[in-house]
Design a protein around this ligand. Structure first.
Ligand SMILES: [Zn+2]
Length: 68
């Protein structure tokens, strides 16, 4: 039995923002595969393409640390 793969969590925690408008309403393209055991889609690959819902198109993203 193999342990479920998990994406390592950034430490400290971050938010992802559009570099153009600063919105957090951003998306990445990803490839997913069906996991029959967990009955859910699992992310296999996250692609570099990014879109901002505010700008309505391709965007570049920046990370910001969450300051408690
Ligand atoms: Zn934007």
């Amino acid at each position: 039995m193999t342990a479920p793969r998990s994406t390592p969590k950034p430490d400290p925690a971050i938010t992802i923002h559009c570099t153009t408008c600063g919105s957090e309403d951003v998306r990445r393209d990803a490839s997913v595969a069906w996991n029959a055991e967990l009955q859910t889609w699992e992310i296999v690959t996250v692609f570099d393409n990014a879109d901002c819902e505010e700008c309505g198109g391709e965007a570049s993203l920046t990370e910001r640390e969450i300051v408690a």
